[in-house]
Design a protein around this ligand. Structure first.
Ligand SMILES: Cc1ncc(COP(=O)(O)O)c(C=O)c1O
Length: 416
């Protein structure tokens, strides 16, 4: 398998200049982040603070992606026909190791949606009349999937509203109240880090509450792993869907699902899969032919992730978030939607201007920031209290780009 080595010399040497895993202490060390920034080739105009859709690959990872794309194209089935099971297993092992769980608890997917649909749609511990619970800050596609369980399983979907302003205590109280009001709740969807406001949910505490109330939990970790430093079992839930092309820096087409050991029977086989045994988590996902090159690049992306270090990434992304939030909070009428405490926020944070809750208001704000101030953000819907604008820096974001956002907001709020 020498020719299938995941660690090419060119990749290793590209990282040589970067001190390995320096930890949270470098969050404000601009020299270190200059070195990290050199690994990326990204468009700088407009200043892109909309890095949440997916994460661009660092250049060494992109070189590996090109390497595998060339090989998939040149060698065609010779590369994968006989060897795919071993290759796929190698990748799966590396993903499991990165997530801090056992290999048999992980199945590869092409993204978080696919993982979440397999878990929500496949969850079979529901009887007609049971309640399934989710909230306004969950991802629209997963909210739709939870609502669709009415047709699929005959259950009663209930959407609750997260408090605004948000707080850990407020979130826990909202779920506790909902579980008490709906004693037949058997499934709770929890989004670890909300795509719409950036709020980090106390998933471990909420999972414990749900379990006490007799419900199972599926966690949507699409935006959390790679942005926050944690292992899959830390979520305290039997099921979770992950994205590996956002914050893990792998090419588009990468994700996985996690099923805690012993919990696989609670999820149906994926369209009656017979490739794998009843107890094998891989029978819960059948992707057909994936982008082989994208999956084969995962080990390189994970190596870079380890090299920088999960704790380093989390600390830097939060420091970038604090940089603009601290300044924006002083501007009249700017409402920041996530609290500043380290347990409740990561790198993503949304805001709105007081009283401007409509799609039109927030779309206009995004347009002004882009057209008049050269800053790219995105409007998000979901929060029951109204729409908002999401700001998402990446590891390669500069402080000057964040200052440009603050300057734009200052000008807009001053103009009224
Ligand atoms: C919270 C959340 N869940 C799920 C997804 C879907 O991820 P993917 O595009 O990988 O399917 C996203 C994507 O933005 C998300 O933010």
């Amino acid at each position: 398998m020498q020719d299938l080595d995941f660690r090419l010399p060119a990749f290793e040497s590209a990282l040589a200049e970067l001190p390995p895993s320096p930890g949270a202490a470098v969050a404000h060390d601009e020299h270190y982040w200059d070195l990290v920034r050199r690994l990326y080739d990204v468009a700088r105009e407009p200043a892109n603070l909309e890095q949440g859709y997916w994460g661009v690959m660092a250049e060494p990872v992109k070189a590996m992606f090109h390497h595998w794309t060339d090989r998939v194209n040149r060698e065609n089935t010779l590369l994968v026909r006989d060897r795919w099971p071993a290759l796929q297993e190698g990748v799966r092992q590396q993903v499991a190791q990165a997530l801090g769980c056992a290999t048999e608890e992980v199945a590869l997917t092409r993204g978080a949606s696919e993982a979440m649909f397999a878990l929500i749609g496949g969850f079979n511990r529901l009887a007609p009349g049971d309640t399934v619970l989710y909230c306004d800050l969950d991802y629209p596609a997963t909210r739709n999937a939870m609502a669709w369980l009415r047709e699929r399983r005959g259950v009663v979907p209930v959407q609750i509203t997260m408090p605004e302003p948000a707080s850990r205590e407020g979130v826990i109280a909202a779920y506790a109240q909902a579980l008490a009001q709906h004693p037949r709740t058997r499934l709770v969807l929890l989004t670890h880090l909300s795509h719409s406001t950036g709020l980090v949910m106390p998933v471990r505490e909420l999972s414990a509450l749900a379990h006490e109330a007799g419900a199972q939990v599926i966690v949507d970790a699409a935006h959390s792993w790679g942005q926050l430093d944690f292992d899959a079992p830390d979520l305290g839930a039997p099921y979770a869907g992950f994205n590996l092309h956002k914050w893990a820096g792998a090419p588009l087409g990468n994700g996985c699902l996690y099923v805690k050991r012993g919990a696989v029977a609670g999820i149906d086989r994926w369209f009656g899969d017979r490739d794998w045994g009843e107890d094998d988590v891989r029978s819960r996902m059948h992707t057909g032919s994936p982008s082989f090159a994208a999956w084969l690049t995962l080990p390189a992306a994970l190596q870079l992730h380890r090299h920088i270090g999960a704790a380093t990434k989390e600390a830097r992304l939060r420091a970038l978030r604090h940089h603009w939030v601290q300044r924006a909070r002083t501007l009249p009428g700017v409402q920041v939607l996530t609290p500043d405490d380290a347990l409740s926020c990561g790198g993503i944070t949304s805001f709105r201007l007081a009283g401007r809750t409509s799609e039109t208001d927030n779309e206009a704000l995004v347009r002004r920031l882009r057209d008049e101030h050269g800053v790219l953000t995105v409007r998000r819907e979901g929060p029951a209290a109204g729409q908002c604008v999401r700001v998402t820096p990446a590891l390669h974001t500069t402080l000057a780009e964040l200052d440009r956002l603050v300057d734009g907001l200052r000008a807009i709020t001053a103009a009224g």
